[in-house]
Write a protein that binds this ligand. Sequence first.
Ligand code: SF4
Length: 352
Amino acid sequence: MPTAAVMTPRQLYERLKNVRAGSLVCQYSLKKCEELVPLINEINALKKEKGAVILVHSYVSPEMVYGVADFVGDSYKLSRDAIKTSAGTIVFVAVRFMGETAKILNPGKEVLVTADDPGCTLADAITAQDVRRLRKEFPGYAFVCYVNTTAEVKAECDVCVTSANVYQIVEKYPSDKIYFLPDKFMGMNLKNEMQRRHVNKDIRYFSGTCYVHEEYTGEQIFKVRSEYPDVKIVCHPECNAEVVANADFVGGTEQMLEYMRKATAKRFLMLTECGLSARLQSEFPDKELVGSCTMCKYMKSNTLESILRVLKAPQERERVRIDEKVRVRALKCLEEMFKYAEPSPSRKAACE
Ligand code: SF4
């Protein structure tokens, strides 16, 4: 999603006028766009001058998605985009573990994170020391980590997964004993899905949660379905098993977007972060989102001001640095993911 060199308030407003996700703060008037555009143009000019590329996660506020992003997506898509870029500096508008993933893949590049609070309740739930302890407790298990983990944790694991490829990778991975971390809901959903697919694996999991997705309940779904019988319920696999069992579609952020793009239905309940809902409202104005969404305070601590400040003069805590030995081991874990996430030859043939 390359941004124009100089953006006008009208251009920004055209992208944002349909956004209704979250509170009034997330709604955009032409006047609000007039206030935002000088900052956006200053960031885009500075980005060019510094030879930087800006990667923006779909969960951040839409003025960044449509104003300054060179690439937009979920963590898997952005990690692939990070490999493709020839820019010397990668500015990651998301949370810290995503910046670490970019650095693992691009050790020669400067990677900067712009969030004032770049945490994540999943990535912060487990340490490398915890994984070493669990390895002793569960010998013979393959350790599968969600991408929402630190570089140190990835370095201790066998293969990384994302919400988009977790089922596919665990099914294919050559081990009958799987320890999944850190998300307990994704672990439960993984176990249920493997049973549904008649894949006989012993699956254990850790106790972390995403504080945004754990909010959703089956009761919310039943209420919305009774009010709107034609609604399609779309959820992220970080939601609990009752939510997942009652949804029409379960998938990662980019898969949800694709589902909505292709669906003939007109009304949706999206059980995910408000940033994605905002993106969907901007890109599919003829489709209606019902119910409410939930905001991630970490993602929302990225602002146009923080991006400009980091581009101008990054502080040490905003530069991503990873010990080289840790990076090499974490890279192996990510490379295993890329290997197992590739479509099988027959599936490839079917797509061509
Ligand atoms: S939405 Fe959840 S998983 Fe994503 S960054 Fe926020 S706390 Fe972490």
